[in-house]
Design a protein around this ligand. Structure first.
Ligand code: KMH
Ligand code: ZN
Length: 271
């Protein structure tokens, strides 16, 4: 498993962070494109994309997604994966809207959960509506799994043809309200997958680094970036997404795990 090239996804900005909490937050289309390019140069092959409006607020505006994606693509080749989660509370229509741009990938959250002090709503209707838009626009989903029961939902919805047959899975562990970031949770989650199913893990906050290390050792893939964790170490903010990615690359190299190029990532995911 150590010879499977490691796919690194970088969630460069997210929807919940503000400049108040994180002074280096990239918000404008130009800054997002530069941040993406640096992340790709550091080793990321997938950019998980949220965008911001000109006030820095989270947005699902199609024109902004288009502008940012074009700017990223001008700077580097990478897989741009749109968020259909948006920010907590974003109306369903807006969550689906950017899919008309037919990105290579987009997310699909597989259930509702408490999300810190709010509720991240992903009812059956929400999941089916986003899945229908993904299929219509021929977009490969990354299924976001925040809790154990969401794996059961995946298999149940597959049987009912509610979701596409082909997908990548990302475990999001450590959200307050979801499944915690202990590596035992990652083990029991991955045991539920078919052997040839591709998966990654994104640990939230202090769980990002240890889960990244476990995933590298288990033959999984990783998600490393500011949306999930703003610290490089305790009490020290990361200066950029690239700084977090470079550490993941160093860890992988220590056990001779190669880093997936964009071309290899497309091959591994069947894009
Ligand atoms: N902002 C979170 C509530 C996704 O991008 O698909 C949802 C989220 C997941 O970030
Ligand atoms: Zn996101």
């Amino acid at each position: 498993m150590f010879n499977i090239p490691l796919i690194i996804t970088c969630p460069i900005v997210g929807a919940e962070l503000s400049k108040k909490e994180y002074q280096y937050l990239p918000c404008s289309p130009d800054k997002l494109a530069v941040e993406a390019e640096k992340a790709v140069n550091a080793g990321a092959s997938i950019i998980h994309l949220h965008v911001r409006d000109n006030l820095g607020n989270p947005s699902q505006d199609v024109d902004i997604f288009k502008e940012v994606t074009n700017k990223i693509k001008k700077k580097c080749d990478c897989i741009v994966q749109f968020s259909t989660g948006g920010a907590v509370g974003t109306p369903l229509k807006k969550r689906c809207a950017p899919l008309v741009l037919k990105p290579e990938m987009a997310t699909l959250s597989m259930g509702s959960l408490n999300f810190n002090s709010e509720i991240y709503e992903n009812s059956e209707n929400t999941i089916k509506t986003i899945a229908t838009a993904l299929i219509k626009n021929n977009v490969m989903p990354e299924l976001e799994i925040f809790d154990y029961g969401m794996i059961d939902t995946v298999y149940s919805y597959l049987k009912k043809n509610f979701i596409p047959k082909k997908f990548h899975i990302n475990f999001v562990l450590g959200v307050q309200g979801g499944m915690g970031g202990h590596f035992r949770n990652l083990v029991i989650l991955t045991e539920r997958l078919d052997p040839d199913q591709t998966w990654s893990v994104g640990g939230i906050g202090k769980f990002q680094l240890p889960l990244c290390m476990h995933s590298i050792a288990m033959g999984g893939h990783v998600r490393m970036g500011i949306e999930d964790n703003i610290y490089y170490r305790k009490n020290e903010l990361a200066k950029s997404n690239a700084q977090l990615i470079k550490r993941a690359v160093r860890i992988a190299k220590e056990i001779d795990r190669p880093i997936a190029t964009v071309k290899q990532t497309r091959e591994i995911l069947g894009l």
